[in-house]
Design a protein around this ligand. Structure first.
Ligand SMILES: *Cc1c(COP(=O)(O)O)cnc(C)c1O
Length: 453
């Protein structure tokens, strides 16, 4: 039977003669279309259940070609209620950051050129003064991401030496970032102190030897320890580090630059707080609460930052011009905190009032109604994501879509030209407005219209 079906498969040349495929040949390179035709026949040979007579080859080929021409990395609408969703690219960039990137990317720049002297300059100068101004640190440097920052810092001060860290901070942040793995790759020997739930200053003190290269303090970004717990903050470790002449490396993760307690987000240190805490180096991500591009920001003592810059690894972990331009433009917004909250999308989303979300939801419900679609408004809880404020629940609003099969609708929303990623709760599809950028609402509406039966 399989043999019969195989015999019935058309040849590549035959399919290339179909009207639909000839049209495709006017739109796409012949090699690509031929390759697609071959892959469709191949799939038919291996997987087709239907008999080839009933197959609309033209349509199959058209669809497959469209798939192949769709970029792998593309925009989606984040309706998950997790604002800084690591799987969805974390922070969207501010308009000024996009403009800065385009300006720098579309031509040449002074990336490593000193315009005043007409001589070679350093890429590490960009953003450094601004970061010092905003955090109160002596010097600063930008690398590829926070994981890179930690590797570079540890390798510079503790290669082949002991790095002391609490067992309560040997955390995993996202699937591919485990603090102990990163630390050992840096060449530092991990010395664990304390227990999972309790670590005291004395535990650190007893671990210090002439072999100690660093004391490391890592923010437990994505979970909270409750109950019988004790830990030593970076600020409380600083005097011990100072007295023993061992650098304290503080990875505080989020990159929070402004106090957000007015919006109910409390308990995370700002970058300025972290610097004031007295660590030799403070490390953070650029694309979490800072709301900028993926980057690892290191601020701290000038001599230490200078040593990082001279480490040959700095070359491998260096940041590119697009990132630097976007980061600088984002950081400049922080000179005017109100403007930062308004224009940095991550902050605007996190601080939007529930009332403003209700108003947007009502307009969406009305717009859907005019297309014959019934939806409801429900109260939800959103979260910050990106490993920050792990226990914070932000009151939010979602559009609820009812259908015979919620999972079918959820899947169809992901098939939209700009896929919508929502969630299912109590048999309904919930589209949380907190992470949806207002200017993507027209795309959201058409995706919903397409997805409902
Ligand atoms: C998120 C996080 C990291 C990893 O940051 P990347 O910029 O994604 O490399 C490291 N440490 C802490 C404490 C974090 O929260």
């Amino acid at each position: 039977m399989t043999g019969d079906r195989r015999r019935a498969l058309p040849a590549v040349g035959t399919l290339l003669e179909l009207d639909a495929v000839r049209t495709l040949l006017t739109q796409a390179p012949r090699d690509l279309v031929t390759d697609v035709v071959r892959s469709v026949i191949d799939d038919a040979r291996h997987r087709l259940v239907d008999t080839p007579d009933n197959v609309d080859w033209g349509q199959l080929i058209t669809e497959r070609l469209a798939q192949r021409r769709t970029p792998s990395l593309r925009p989606v609408i984040n309706a998950t209620g997790v604002v800084l969703h690591t799987n969805l690219g974390r922070a969207p960039l501010a308009r000024v950051a996009l403009d800065a990137m385009r300006d720098v990317a579309s031509g040449f720049s002074n990336l490593e050129y000193d315009i005043d002297s007409g001589e070679r300059g350093s890429r590490h100068r960009h953003c450094a003064d601004l970061l010092c101004e905003l955090t109160g640190a002596d010097d600063a440097m930008v690398v590829n991401n926070c994981a890179a920052a930690l590797v570079l810092a540890l390798n510079t001060v503790s290669d082949g030496r002991d790095a002391v860290i609490s067992r309560g901070e040997l955390v995993e942040i996202g699937g591919s970032f485990r603090v102990p793995d990163i630390m050992s790759k840096s060449g530092a020997r991990l010395v664990e102190v304390g227990t999972t739930n309790r670590t005291h200053l004395d535990d650190y003190r007893r671990a210090l030897t002439p072999e100690t290269g660093a004391i490391v303090s890592v923010h437990r970004s994505n979970f909270a320890l409750e109950g019988f717990v004790a830990s030593v903050s970076a600020a409380a470790l600083a005097p011990l580090a100072h007295a023993s002449g061992v650098p304290l490396l503080h990875d505080f993760g989020s990159g929070l630059m402004l106090d957000l307690s007015a919006w109910g987000l409390t308990g995370e240190p700002t970058a300025r707080d972290a610097v004031r805490g007295g660590a030799a180096l403070v490390m953070m991500s650029g694309d979490k609460l800072l709301g900028g591009p993926q980057a690892g920001i290191i601020v701290g003592r000038a001599a230490m930052i200078d040593a990082l810059r001279r480490n040959p690894l700095a070359r491998a972990l260096r940041v590119d011009k697009l990132t630097l331009s976007a980061l600088e433009a984002t950081l400049m917004l922080y000179r005017e905190p109100e403007r930062a909250v308004r224009e940095i999308p991550a902050l605007a989303m996190l601080t939007a009032t529930a009332g403003s979300l209700v108003a947007r939801a009502e307009e969406l419900v009305t717009a859907l109604q005019s297309r014959g679609i019934t939806s409801a408004i429900v109260e939800t809880e959103a979260s910050v994501g990106g490993g920050a404020f792990p226990t914070a629940r932000i009151p939010s609003i979602a559009l609820a879509l009812s259908a015979a099969s919620a999972s079918r609708v959820e899947a169809r929303l992901r098939e939209a030209p700009v896929p919508v990623v929502g969630r299912i709760a109590n048999g309904r599809v919930l589209l949380d407005l907190r992470g949806i950028l207002p200017d993507t609402e027209p795309l959201l509406l058409s995706a919903i219209e397409r997805a409902l039966p």
